[in-house]
Design a protein around this ligand. Structure first.
Ligand code: B12
Ligand code: SF4
Length: 485
């Protein structure tokens, strides 16, 4: 096959031990959207997904087999360096190379300096089409000034960011994402092996109207758009028919924004007597009794909740616009309605001290999350959080390369070892509070808990550093740098 465009995911699970263990991984639905959209415009689009391959050698084999005119690479913080290697390999073979995705959007200059000719910034379908047309007609570099939503370099080497393309309003008009059987197969097998069932990603909305200062939304921004419930359900039924999957994960930035929409979707499922299971993502303050009833009725099994911290001061600094109390209420409501929840906690945010960490401990012990996921705050370029800490970023390796790398990459109040202890300690606290371990192992866990807590306290003594990072003192509401969105 001679493809017009080969879309590539330069991520290799073999290099990512955390994801190999959790196997919480999906094919890129963004590539599915691009493939179906560009396919409808007459382009032959092929896909290379590196996830379950042996590495770059397989990508080079794919280049020979597919002979694409253009290679399009997904930019994600974890696989940035692989993306650069892909670009160089394709360039050496005389192919045109473009990039897109969240990391490429935020770090377009780095991508342009590492083999990429054009970066598609933000929502990809229409912009990628415009770039493919430009390549197809042999356009000149100066013509790129007229293409919205891209970054490129002039002959003089200056990076140009053209005007942002307006967000696509009618997302129902997009064709369903292409789901190639050969791409999905290894994921389905891995899911079945690890979890005993298969799961597929599905998207109901784009954008999130909130403005948490650590959160990076350069692709779909704050402009929230949602599909018609019937359209979403039709896609789910098609997937279930073709792949036999009954579990779906909504990969929306945030699922519960319009409660009326959730009610409608839930009613549709009940009226048709469908039996699917869903995982969704929400803010805790959007969960109330009514919405929980609708979620349960539509088949929600797990709610992912970005709780971040048990300290209102820290939530304030993050611009989360929510009190920790709401997380506790949401947790109770979700459990009362027979669903599980995963709590995401973010440690090490500027302004967070030991007192706040103890408040987080109190919160997680109280809510007993079914799954506790703790990350060390990672600043992504384009967020107000990044702007707060950018002057103290590590010179060596200021990015992550592995899932849950959990390494502080800016000058924080405490050391990395301190946060390592905190994470283990919080997990022990929650496990003990849940009491799920056999009774004979309890003393061991209690001892471990105290050892970890003591270790953390000792490391805290060693650490206090100046970490103002733009936060106007503990407990204040001042954020030095506001959102650039
Ligand atoms: C679902 C999701 C997950 C899921 C599944 C991801 C997967 N593939 O397995 C899970 C929970 C597993 C996950 C994990 C992680 N994720 Co995640 N995830 C998302 C989320 C919410 C949706 C991704 C998605 O499907 N988007 C929908 C599609 C349609 O959008 P898209 O992929 O961006 O594609 C569009 C454009 O970008 C563009 N495009 C994309 N590729 C290309 C290529 C070319 C050539 C072109 C021209 C255009 C183009 O066109 C597409 C259509 O418009 C995003 C946030 C978001 N809203 O995007 C975060 C996000 C992608 N994740 C992120 C992160 C950091 C992670 C983790 C590292 C978190 C962690 N601490 O461990 C892990 C890494 C896991 C891994 N091994 O890959 C960051 C990435 C930041 C960055 N700069 O790269 C994001 C942006 C979240 C955030 N706000 O910080 N994630
Ligand atoms: S963290 Fe969640 S609620 Fe906050 S801006 Fe990001 S997606 Fe929206």
């Amino acid at each position: 096959m001679h493809a017009d465009l080969l879309l590539c995911n330069p991520y290799f699970i073999k290099d990512d031990p955390v994801t190999r263990r959790t196997m919480d991984i999906y094919p890129l639905i963004g590539h599915g959207y691009l493939a179906s959209y560009l396919g409808a415009q007459g382009y032959a689009v092929d896909i290379f997904d590196g996830t379950f391959t042996n590495g770059i050698g397989d990508f080079i084999d794919k280049l020979s087999a597919s002979q694409p005119a253009v290679v399009g690479v997904y930019g994600h913080v974890l696989s940035r360096h692989n993306a650069f290697a892909f670009a160089h390999a394709a360039r050496e073979r005389g192919m045109r190379v473009i990039a897109g995705g969240p990391d490429a959007t935020a770090y377009c200059d780095e991508y342009l300096g590492n083999g990429f000719e054009v970066v598609v910034c933000g929502e990809g379908e229409e912009t990628a089409h415009a770039v493919m047309e430009w390549i197809g007609r042999g356009g000149t570099v100066s013509e790129l000034h007229d293409v919205q939503g891209i970054a490129f370099r002039t002959a003089a080497g200056d990076t140009v960011n053209t005007d942002r393309r307006p967000y696509k309003k009618d997302i129902d008009a997009l064709p369903f994402p292409r789901r190639d059987r050969e791409i999905y197969k290894p994921y389905m097998e891995a899911w079945r092996r690890t979890h005993g069932y298969t799961s597929m990603p599905v998207f109901a909305s784009r954008g999130c109207p909130f403005d948490c200062h650590f959160c990076f939304r350069p692709v779909f921004g704050r402009h929230y758009r949602v599909r018609e419930p019937e359209d979403v359900l039709a896609e789910i039924e098609t997937c279930a028919g073709e792949f036999g999957t009954t579990h779906f994960r909504f990969v929306d930035d945030i699922f519960v924004v319009r409660k009326k929409w959730v009610k409608q979707f839930s009613r549709l499922i009940r009226e048709r007597d469908l039996r699917f299971e869903f995982d969704i993502l929400s803010r805790a303050d959007l969960i109330d009794e009514n919405v929980a009833v609708d979620l349960k009725a539509m088949g929600v099994r797990r709610v992912y909740l970005g709780m971040e911290s048990g300290s209102d001061d820290v939530l304030n600094i993050m611009n989360k616009r929510m009190k920790a109390e709401r997380s506790i209420e949401a947790a109770e409501i979700i459990h009362r309605n027979g669903m599980e929840f995963l709590a995401w906690i973010l440690l090490g945010y500027p302004g967070e001290g030991k007192k706040d960490i103890y408040l987080t401990r109190d919160m997680v012990v109280k809510i007993k999350p079914d799954v506790l996921s703790i990350s060390v705050a990672f600043p992504i370029k384009g967020t107000p959080f990044y702007d707060m800490v950018k002057d103290t970023l590590q010179k060596k390796r200021p990015i992550w390369r592995r899932t849950a790398e959990n390494r502080l990459v800016f000058r924080g109040r405490y050391s990395n070892l301190f946060y390592f202890f905190v994470r283990l300690w919080l997990h022990q606290e929650v496990d003990l509070a849940k009491g799920t371990m056999p009774v004979w192992r309890r003393p061991l866990h209690v001892t471990l808990k105290w050892a970890l807590r003591t270790g953390m306290e000792l490391l805290a003594l060693r650490s206090p550093k100046n970490t103002d990072n733009g936060v106007g003192g503990r407990g204040t509401k001042t954020i030095a740098v506001m959102s650039g969105e």
